[in-house]
Design a protein around this ligand. Structure first.
Ligand code: TYD
Ligand code: MG
Length: 458
């Protein structure tokens, strides 16, 4: 009966729910962000649940059986590592990324691998036709009777199909394209995304299938229906990369079954995504020893790799000088220029300053402070960093150098890539095991001035 239907209004941005329409969301401050949707009446009330044995049954910890718990190999070591050792059965995993970045490609590759190695996979696409998927599969050289393609978009129907087939994993591409008939509003609205995801979670926990959901990212870099989805699912992976480059990074931003913050590096080839086992080689591919260029080892999760930092400083033609940074936080750049000027004694006012992290990656690590300062210094003074040198360290506001975590890993990676000189904070240089520093020239510095002087002496 229509008169009995109840509605709620949900903020598209943050998921805040209100019984009436609001112009501005009191939680996130967005204007005109409320969509109307039906309230879903849950069939059971709490009191009824109390009588339900299954809902209240408790298991002593030693009786929980781990037999049969085996992570699923997705066919890429890089991705298995980001997941903490493979896909966990019964888990719901979200793969977010901008349109065109390669989500459907990698999902089909994962589907191909699992279905060709003894598993069964359902791949539901709400965005493409079965023909399009077939074409992509041909390109990726994937073929298996255990890979079942569906073009359904009704989540209840999808779950029904999954239940009939009992696959190892189910892929839904994308969560924004599916809908629940009981919920009002178009696919892609927060209410729809929430209910569809909840249906997958509910099903995954009851059975042993796991889900990978593809999610599109909005312009500001979050998954549409943002934080809400991230809270619901077990793991959140983001697909990153610059359209100008061929490589892609998958970053684990949340992981209930392993460490978050790990990354996997891939390259987009004509035959799909390929793992990059040696990212340093890619990011340093075209490195030239020149003014304003510094190599630094960064840590991404548990893994070190080398990247190139560049700076260019030139007298400004205008009254207001420019500060432009690509791949590096601009506030941090202002901070480093102020430290260089005030504590390092170089003149940067009246200069236009441009800095860039090469290879299209974004870096947000304190260890890049010193490399950035040295890149600026060499650019101003027309110097080059000595050959085969890497630099890392955090700068304090007094110009003092602070140690950073994982110094041994950074040094080991530099050494593996044949770098011989390492400029690093004194505190990091203390207590380094000999096995790591063998054959390496350690240049320890405790103040920005000392770091600048170490270049003059060369
Ligand atoms: P796609 O997986 O469709 O992106 P998403 O699902 O995230 O929107 O990837 C699309 C891009 O990848 C497209 O521009 C073509 C390119 N591509 C390749 O370079 N090689 C390939 O083998 C495939 C399948 C796609
Ligand atoms: Mg796609």
């Amino acid at each position: 009966m229509r008169s009995k239907e109840k509605y709620e209004y949900i903020c598209r941005n943050c998921g805040y729910s209100s019984p009436k329409w609001l112009g501005k969301c009191p939680q996130c401050g967005e204007w005109d962000s409320f969509d109307r949707q039906n309230v879903i009446i849950k069939p059971k009330r709490f009191a009824d649940k109390l009588n339900d044995n299954s809902a209240t049954s408790l298991t002593p910890l030693p009786d929980i059986n781990l037999e049969g718990f085996r992570r699923i190999d997705v066919g890429f070591e890089e991705l298995n590592r980001v997941l903490g050792g493979g896909l966990v059965p019964c888990s719901v995993n979200l793969l977010g990324g901008e349109p065109g970045i390669g989500k459907s490609t990698i999902l089909l590759q994962i589907a191909g691998y699992i279905s060709q190695t003894g598993g069964r996979v359902i791949y539901i696409t709400g965005e493409e036709s079965a023909i399009q998927i077939k074409n992509r599969a041909e390109r990726l050289k994937i073929d298996s009777r255990e890979l079942l393609i569906g073009t359904e978009t009704d989540i209840k129907e999808i779950i029904r199909k999954i239940d009939k087939i009992n696959p190892t994993i189910s892929i839904i591409d994308s969560i924004q394209a599916v809908y629940d008939q009981e919920v009002g509003g178009f696919p892609g609205t927060v209410g729809q995304i929430r209910e569809s995801t909840a249906a997958c979670i509910d099903y995954a926990k009851k059975t042993d299938t796991s889900f990978i959901l593809a999610g599109h990212i909005t312009k500001d870099g979050t998954i549409a229906g943002p934080k809400l989805l991230e809270h619901l699912v077990d793991t959140v992976l983001y697909f990153e990369g610059d359209k100008d480059y061929l490589y892609r990074i998958i970053r684990g931003v949340k992981n209930r079954f392993g460490p978050a913050g790990e990354i996997g590096v891939f390259e987009m080839r004509s035959g799909g995504l390929r793992e990059v086992k040696n990212p340093s080689a890619i990011f340093l591919g075209e490195y030239l020893e020149q003014t304003g260029s510094v190599i630094t080892p960064i840590m991404e999760g548990s893994r070190p790799f080398l990247i190139e930092v560049q700076a260019l400083a030139a007298p400004s033609g205008y009254s207001v000088s420019q500060r432009v940074s690509v791949g590096f936080d601009s506030k941090k750049l202002s901070l480093i220029t102020a430290i260089c000027e005030k504590k390092g004694g170089i003149r940067l006012s009246g200069m236009d300053i441009f800095v860039k992290i090469l290879g299209g990656i974004k870096v947000d690590e304190a260890a890049v402070d010193l490399p950035m300062a040295l890149a600026l210094y060499t650019s101003i003074n027309d110097l080059s960093i000595p050959a085969h040198t890497v630099v890392f360290g955090e700068l304090g506001l007094g110009g003092e150098l602070r140690g950073v975590p994982s110094a041994e890993y950074r040094i080991a990676e530099a050494s593996r890539m044949n770098f011989k000189n390492i400029i690093l904070p004194s505190s990091n240089a203390a207590n380094l095991p000999q096995s790591i520093t063998k054959g390496i020239n350690i240049i320890k510095v405790s103040h920005i001035n000392q770091a600048f002087n170490s270049l003059n002496r060369q």
